[in-house]
Design a protein around this ligand. Structure first.
Ligand SMILES: [Zn+2]
Length: 430
């Protein structure tokens, strides 16, 4: 038996619990994965790394007038602090914070419903805003999901640190807030933004029979976010590469295959960044990264996003047609661990089975086993096994390390963000 949907879903069942980066639960999942490798005779080990884990001690948001009202909120890590009295001011709705949205924010608490870039956030601060409110969730969430707000960290450039306290509220409350025409709001936030935690990658390998020093790296993140079992995102990716490991146990590979279950992907691809950083002197041995972020959803469709030369996208497209496996491909960066490899110069691809509009959801209690299907799952694994086998056992490894021009700009942006967070870490450790 090489690949097996029943075994895979049993493992999935066992790791489907909240696995937030840096928590004991993330470590527990890491140990389950490690034990699962060792059970089949594959040596596996954990690699630890430090992460930011800002601790919000208290956060509150209330309307003071005309009608007093307390709004449920969570504090934004590393945004800022207020004293016990908090900051007070009128509300200013700035939508998605374009320049024309933020003309009149001085002395106010701003509410944004779009994603704000670090540059725009700094402008809001420079113009004299006192605090900010972001939103999460959907207007169609049932009542019980309204308190389940996932927190996040402030988006600041590494060389900037300023105090602008921020909170996140549910979008239902944002609508209620605007419709109530509030006069004055008060926002209080107390946090320790410098707290650190420890997260882990799990690394296993099967040595190549002929070319030990040429490595194909399979990766999938196994951390999840608060209120989510992370069954789909990314329990399914985790069991996909586990089954690929079984495939190569049954079919000994010519080149070495390595399997990396990455921690802390959800807070900025931290696990995969650490993996490539620790191996920066030997990255030339890493020929290719095959990453998986979400498979096995019943209602869905297959994609492959190639952060490498276009020939790979074309090849996947052809192989899909030849095998009767519908998959659409493109050359792009993807917000998953493949980006860490690509930025380090290793050609990379992410495979995913994603949802149609109105389908399964991630990052909330809606990410659950009941939307997944072993038959949909195993089709992806079979296709990936075929694809991977061709590369792992290729007579001449075909993928060049040249990155296409069309990726250059996005890659440069991501690279800058990476370097900035590295600089920041260095500054902090000094
Ligand atoms: Zn994911």
């Amino acid at each position: 038996m090489s690949i097996c949907k029943k075994r895979a879903f049993e493992v999935l069942e066992r790791i489907s619990f909240e696995r937030i980066a840096g928590t004991d639960k993330e470590l527990e999942a890491a140990n389950i994965i490690k034990a699962e490798c060792e059970k089949y005779g594959v040596e596996a080990h954990l690699e630890s790394f430090e992460i930011d884990m800002p601790e919000v001690i208290s956060a509150s948001l209330e309307v003071l007038s005309p009608t007093p009202w307390k709004i449920n909120c969570v504090g934004i890590g590393k945004s800022g602090n207020t004293d016990e009295c908090g900051v007070e001011g009128p509300l200013c709705y700035i939508e998605n914070a374009m320049d024309a949205n933020i003309l009149d924010v001085a002395g106010k608490i701003v509410l944004a419903t779009g994603r704000i870039s670090p540059e725009q956030m700094k402008k809001i601060y420079d113009k004299g805003a006192k605090g900010y409110i972001l939103v999460a969730g959907s207007l169609y969430d049932p009542e019980e999901m309204i308190p389940e707000i996932r927190t996040g960290n402030a988006r600041k450039k590494a060389d900037e640190d300023y105090n602008l306290p921020g909170v996140i509220i549910h979008i239902t409350d944002a609508e209620k807030l605007l419709r109530s025409y509030p006069e004055t709001l008060r926002l209080c936030l107390k946090q320790d933004g410098d707290k650190k935690g420890t997260s882990h990658n799990v690394v296993a390998r099967i040595e190549g029979t002929e070319k030990k020093d040429e490595i194909i790296a399979f990766s999938a993140h196994f951390d999840s976010v608060i209120y989510s079992s992370g069954a789909w995102d990314n329990g399914t990716g985790s069991i996909t590469i586990m089954e690929l490991m079984h495939y190569f146990l049954a079919n000994p590979p010519k080149r070495t295959v390595e399997f990396i279950w990455c921690g802390s992907e959800e807070i900025g691809l931290i696990g995969s960044k650490d993996f490539v950083e620790k191996r920066k002197e030997e990255l030339n041995k890493y020929l290719f990264n095959i990453n998986v972020d979400m498979t096995g959803v019943l209602l869905g469709f297959e994609i492959a996003v190639c952060s490498c030369e276009e020939a790979v996208a074309k090849y996947i497209d052809y192989l899909g047609k030849i095998e009767g496996f519908p998959i659409s491909t493109r050359v792009d960066m993807y917000s998953s661990d493949s980006s860490s490899f690509a930025i380090a110069g290793v050609p990379a691809v992410t495979f995913a089975r994603i949802q149609p509009r109105g389908g399964a959801e991630i990052h909330s209690r809606r990410d659950a086993m009941k939307y997944l299907d072993p038959d949909a799952f195993i089709k992806t694994v079979e296709f990936m096994a075929k694809f991977s086998d061709n590369f792992v056992n290729a007579k001449v490894f075909p993928v060049s390390r040249e990155m296409p021009k069309q990726l250059a700009e996005r890659m440069e942006q991501m690279k800058k963000m990476f370097e900035q967070s590295k600089k920041k870490e260095e500054k902090e450790t000094k």
